[in-house]
Design a protein around this ligand. Structure first.
Ligand SMILES: O=P(O)(O)O[C@H]1O[C@H](CO)[C@@H](O)[C@H]1O
Ligand SMILES: [Mn+2]
Ligand SMILES: [Mn+2]
Length: 396
C-alpha cells in the first residue's frame, strides 16, 4: 500500500490558460496573467525587496519542475527557476466556468463544475432587495453595510467602526461567486456570525452562489482591525462524488488540512485540521510522518491567495513561496518509499495584475516520490487520476 499527499498552493498559477480572455479583473481580461512568472521576473528585477531580496529562490519546487512547468504552460521567462526537473512535472488546465477555489478544487478532485455560478453585479447595491431583507431578518438588524464589491481588508477599514456602532453586518462580494459577511468577533459575536452564515447558506446555494463566507475580525479602529483565522466557508456541495468520496468509500483514510473540509462540505473526509499556513505545514509534516498506509491527505495552503495575491503584494507572495519551498524541502526527505506527493494549485492570483481578483491560469503539477518524467499539459481531473491510480481506486 502507498500513500498520497496532495497539497494545493492556493492561487499559484503558471499562466497560459487558453480561455483567459473570457475571464476578467474589472474590464481587463486575464490574458497574459502569470502568477509565478511575473513574481520571478519582479524578483529578478529588484522589484520585490520587502522582507526578502534578489531572484526568487525556490530550489525544492524548481527541482521538482516548477520553472519547467511555467515555461511549458506559458512560454514565459522564469528567471531564477532554471533547474532540470528531478520530479514528475507538468501543467494542468481547468474547464470549469469559474476561476474560484471550489471550482478548482472539485475539478482537481475529478469533478468539473457543470453549472454556471451566479455572480453579483459590480453595482451599489450589489445584492437583491429580498436577499438583504433575509440577512436583516436572520441577523435581527435594521440594515446591512457594504452591499458592494470590495477587498475584505479595505472594507473592514472603511466600515468597521460604523459596524461596531450600528451592529449592521458588513456584506460584500467579489468577482467570485461569493457572499461574504464581515463582523466583529466581540461586538457582533463570532458564534452569531457563524450562525447567520450557516442559516443564509441554503438560500445562496439555491441561487447557485458558491459560498457564504464568515469573515470575523478584531480590533477597535482601522489602525488595528485584523481578520482572524476563524473564517468559515459555507460552500455548496460538489455535484458528484469526488476523489475524496471514492477513496473513503473504498476504505482509505482521508485527512483534510486547512480549507479542504469547507471546500468539500466535509464529504469524503475523516478528519480536518485548520490554522495558519505555518501550522498547516506542521500538520502536513506530521501526516507524512504518521499517516497510515493507503491514506489520502489533502491540504490547502491559502495564504498565497488571501494575504498576498488579493492584496497585490509581490514581495509578500515571493516570501510566501520561499517559505513554502523551505517547508516542503524539510518534508521531502521523509517521504516513504512508494509515497506520492503532488503539489498543484487551484487558479491564479497574479499580484502584478490589475484589480484584486483571481486570474485564469494553468497550474503546476509537481509530483515527488515517483522519479523524473514529464506529464505535459493535463486536465485538472488528471490530478485526481494520478492520485486514484496510486491508491488503486477504480477511476474512469
Ligand atoms: O478580499 P477578501 O475578503 O480576502 O476576499 C477574497 O476571498 C474570497 C474567498 O477566497 C474571494 O472571493 C475574494 O473575494
Ligand atoms: Mn483558491
Ligand atoms: Mn481567493
Amino acid at each position: 500500500m502507498t500513500r498520497v499527499f496532495l497539497a494545493v498552493m492556493d492561487s499559484v498559477g503558471i499562466g497560459g490558460a487558453p480561455d483567459a480572455a473570457r475571464f476578467f479583473n474589472g474590464t481587463v481580461p486575464d490574458t497574459g496573467a502569470n502568477t509565478v512568472a511575473h513574481i520571478a521576473q519582479a524578483c529578478a528585477a529588484g522589484r520585490a525587496e520587502e522582507g526578502r531580496s534578489g531572484p526568487l529562490h525556490l530550489p525544492n519546487l524548481d527541482s521538482l519542475g516548477l520553472g519547467a512547468a511555467v515555461r511549458l504552460a506559458s512560454g514565459d521567462a522564469t528567471p531564477g527557476l532554471t533547474a532540470t526537473p528531478a520530479g514528475t512535472w507538468g501543467a494542468a488546465e481547468e474547464v470549469s466556468p469559474g476561476k474560484d477555489t471550489p471550482s478548482g478544487h472539485w475539478e482537481l478532485a475529478g469533478v468539473p463544475v457543470p453549472w454556471d455560478w451566479t455572480y453579483f453585479p459590480d453595482t451599489r447595491p450589489a445584492f437583491p432587495e429580498a436577499l438583504t431583507a433575509e440577512v436583516c431578518r436572520l441577523a435581527g438588524t435594521d440594515g446591512i453595510l457594504g452591499n458592494c464589491h470590495a477587498s475584505g481588508t479595505a472594507i473592514i477599514n472603511d466600515l468597521g467602526e460604523e459596524h461596531m456602532l450600528s451592529g449592521r453586518p458588513i456584506c460584500y462580494t467579489s468577482a467570485d461567486s461569493v457572499f461574504q459577511i464581515a463582523a466583529h468577533e466581540e461586538t457582533f459575536g463570532l458564534q452569531r456570525l457563524l450562525d447567520l452564515c450557516r442559516q443564509l447558506a441554503p438560500t445562496l446555494h439555491g441561487m447557485k452562489v458558491g459560498r457564504v463566507i464568515a469573515r470575523p475580525f478584531t480590533g477597535s479602529s482601522p489602525a488595528d482591525f485584523a481578520r482572524t483565522t476563524d473564517r468559515k466557508d459555507f460552500a455548496i456541495a460538489p455535484p458528484a462524488p469526488t476523489l475524496l468520496d471514492r477513496a473513503q468509500g473504498a476504505g482509505h483514510p482521508v485527512h483534510a488540512i486547512g480549507k479542504i473540509g469547507d471546500i468539500f462540505s466535509m464529504s469524503g473526509i475523516d478528519d480536518v485540521v485548520k490554522g495558519t499556513d505555518a501550522k498547516l505545514m506542521h500538520h502536513l509534516s506530521d501526516a507524512v510522518d504518521g499517516a497510515a498506509d493507503g491514506s489520502l491527505t489533502f491540504a490547502n495552503f491559502v495564504e498565497f491567495d488571501s494575504l498576498y495575491g488579493h492584496r497585490r503584494d509581490v514581495s509578500g507572495y515571493a516570501r510566501a513561496l520561499e517559505w513554502f519551498d523551505a517547508g516542503i524541502g524539510a518534508i521531502l526527505p521523509r517521504l516513504r518509499a512508494g509515497d506520492m506527493l503532488i503539489l498543484t494549485a487551484d487558479h491564479g492570483n497574479d499580484p502584478t495584475w490589475t484589480g484584486t481578483d483571481h486570474t485564469r491560469e494553468r497550474v503546476p503539477v509537481l509530483v515527488a516520490g515517483q522519479g523524473a518524467g514529464e506529464l505535459g499539459v493535463i486536465p485538472f481531473t488528471g490530478v485526481a487520476q494520478l492520485a486514484a491510480d496510486h491508491l488503486g481506486l477504480a477511476w474512469s
